[in-house]
Design a protein around this ligand. Structure first.
Ligand SMILES: [Zn+2]
Length: 218
């Protein structure tokens, strides 16, 4: 990425941040969404390339939103949380395309090697698992089931069928909606650290609220 474009990125980010230096300004931003555009119709805010994966970022201090931003530019932020999000979005879209190929070949199954704890957590935090049955806890149960399957050396055919069903019926429609929507995305859970607001630990709260609700049902 030529310096000219990096300078443009720095200018744009600082202009929409409270901090006035690049080093501090990058800490104010989160990835709030990603779209796939195979036709590469829009240029990154730096002016360099028109990326296939277009990210949207939001400043949690100024509420400014910048889009589209390429993965390459987001790597320049030098923040682990942002790089993790970029990686998870990239793999999410790869998973989405895999499911689409599976639709034409029903005998295929989801390869568990495509999933890991980080990606599942990323999808869970963004609401990819939803209650699909009468059991209100099903979305968490399905998430926990996939996490449990990760470390297994043997998966039975029933378990594989459940893995396939969760990916096909929950994760895939969720990603599909993201891929085609233009509306603002769900906020990320944040990456911790001294400046991360407490409210950004929503998934943990959600789990504990559910377990409380579960106890009160008894
Ligand atoms: Zn760029």
């Amino acid at each position: 990425m030529p310096g000219l474009y990096f300078d443009a990125l720095v200018r744009m980010v600082i202009e929409h941040s409270k901090a006035s230096t690049w080093r501090l300004a990058v800490r104010e931003w989160d990835v709030i969404g990603c779209e796939e555009d195979p036709a590469r119709r829009r240029r990154c805010i730096c002016g360099h390339e028109s990326p296939v994966l277009r990210f949207t970022i939001k400043n949690r201090v100024t509420d400014s939103v910048l889009s589209p931003v390429s993965a390459e530019c987001l790597q320049r932020f030098g923040r682990e949380g942002i790089s993790d999000d970029v990686d998870c979005w990239r793999r999410s879209f790869a998973l989405m395309h895999l499911v689409e190929r599976m639709e034409g070949a029903p005998a295929q199954s989801v390869d568990m090697r495509l999933l890991d704890a980080k990606l599942l957590r990323f999808l869970y935090d963004r609401g990819a698992f939803r209650p699909t049955g009468t059991d209100g806890f099903r979305s968490y149960n399905d998430y926990a089931f996939l996490v449990d399957m990760l470390g297994r050396s043997y998966i039975s055919s029933d378990e594989q069928a459940r893995v396939d069903a969760i990916v096909r019926d929950q994760i895939h429609p969720f990603l599909k909606a993201f891929a085609s929507a233009v509306a603002l995305r769900r906020e990320p859970a944040g990456e911790g650290g001294p400046n991360a607001p407490k409210a950004r630990t929503a998934p943990f709260r959600r789990i504990s609220r559910w377990s409380r609700a579960r106890n009160s049902v008894k």
